[in-house]
Design a protein around this ligand. Sequence first.
Ligand SMILES: [Zn+2]
Ligand SMILES: [Zn+2]
Length: 275
Amino acid sequence: MKLMDPWMFQEDNSLQVHSLEPGWTEFLQNHVAGRFQCSQCLYRWSSAKVHILFHMCYGMVRMRIFRQACRQCHDPPLEEPIFSLENIERLLHNLVLKILEDFYNVPMQSADLLEVVVDGCHAAGPHDRTRCEGCRLGVCSKSRAPVEPGAGKTKGDVNKAQKSKTDVDKAQKTKRDVDGAWNIKIDVDNAWKTQTDVYKAQKTKRDMDKARKTKVGMHKARKPMEDMEKAVLITRSPEQVVGGGFPWKRCCCLGLSALCVLAVLIFGLLHFFLK
Ligand SMILES: [Zn+2]
Ligand SMILES: [Zn+2]
């Protein structure tokens, strides 16, 4: 059966609990809050133990609402309850869940069922079993298991919702914290970067100072070197300084030596010829 197929809904006061035709399933909604009014004396009362029986087959839902009788009248008729719109919605919600579970294989947990006791009315006094159709037919004594978990459901849902909200808030807070942490980290990084830049700048300044000092030092070093060079130039021989390195002294010595040798030779020749 497809999910969008239509379902027929009809009231059937002949339904009996656990009396099912083949292919039919049952859903008994216990402890529904409803209001009654006696058609004889107009006495009004509320009950939190109204029972509704549903029998479902493919495309068909039959419903029986168990009635109650006035406790003021001697021989009162059974009266049908009036439900609040909110309770009707909750009833239909639970019915749809049961149909989805039974006919569409949609898993359902009893905790998914909603409580149907939220109504403006407050039941006065104990449940009068003698004037309850459900009690007469043995419905009231049935387990209120389908509803009981639902009773905590609303609170549970609220708690869950609050928890979810808290989780979301936490998550957002965590996100904010993370973002904040990132921002802080970025700030720290920037600070580090800035500090590094400062260090770099300081280092560069130091290097520059060093370089400047070195330059000054170089100048200083160059000056004595130049002085030394000058001194060297001064300590060199005048002919080297003046003549650019020509060996005049050696030439003179050689020339004088050659003249002496020549004079001795001339003296010897003259002495030989004049004899
Ligand atoms: Zn009455
Ligand atoms: Zn009852």
